[in-house]
Design a protein around this ligand. Sequence first.
Ligand code: GDP
Length: 297
Amino acid sequence: SKIASGLRKTKDFLFGGIQRVLNSFTVIDEELFDQLEEQMIMSDIGVETSEEICDRLRKKIKERGITDPKEIMGLIHEVISEIMGDDTGLDLTVSPAVIMVIGVNGAGKTTTIGKMCHQFRQEGKKVLVAAADTFRAAAIDQLEVWTQRAGVDIVKHAEGSDPGAVVYDALEAAKARECDVVVIDTAGRLHNKKNLMEELKKINRIIDNKAGDCSREVLLVLDATTGQNAVNQAKLFSETAPITGIVLTKLDGTAKGGIVISIKNELGIPVKLIGVGEKIDDLQPFDSNMFVDALFA
Ligand code: GDP
């Protein structure tokens, strides 16, 4: 599957590293846990989550009277499945469903929106995109290239105009045209943090007022190749809007897929979609079971 091939590098690094540790021990002791934890931290599972996984492992090992290090791999599979929990997909039940897409520049917002629109179109949905990253003309142009590729409408204003006005117009148009989904692109200039946060909050208020009864998603796009930095970005962005899901991009090119576990455990935000390539159909719904199996089975 695309998930398995997208996670190949992560699996080689994480599973391979853990297996090497387990093979080098004949008894289960604290030195073994130290080395396991180190492997997990190197795979971007994060310090906090790696410690928690080891704590849960110690408990299970004690409860079940396990003495053979080789049995630990199965337990890791089990513990990570528990941490990942059940999946939640996008909620698009009440039309027009509004999906606000946030994230820093370069994370893959534009590409993700293009891929998402393509998927919605294939499901027969009527889609409208709001070009609310008005800060750079290039951003609007790029987004338009993707909307044309996906065959969906776009609402755009001139460069430098008020992003809130774009969102307002898009929501009006979506109601008039009886759209199923509105996807809102937003600016990602994190270096101007205060302005960006205010801008995102304002857009969120406009959605509250204009589409308060509609289904809502706030998707944070994170670049998997940035590892633990992505987790820190998630913490920052969660101050601007209630994030309902993460889109983790560029999983295909990285061994840092462990951040999925850390995001879920430390932030409690589900990963809903993953990007596994640059093409229009390289977006997959995230499936925890497939994810854990791809890494540990
Ligand atoms: P934005 O600034 O957040 O809108 O980012 P873009 O959508 O322009 O993406 C930045 C770069 O990342 C582009 O070169 C994309 O082709 C690339 N990209 C986005 N998603 C993926 C992905 O899932 N896999 C790979 N390999 N590249 C991606």
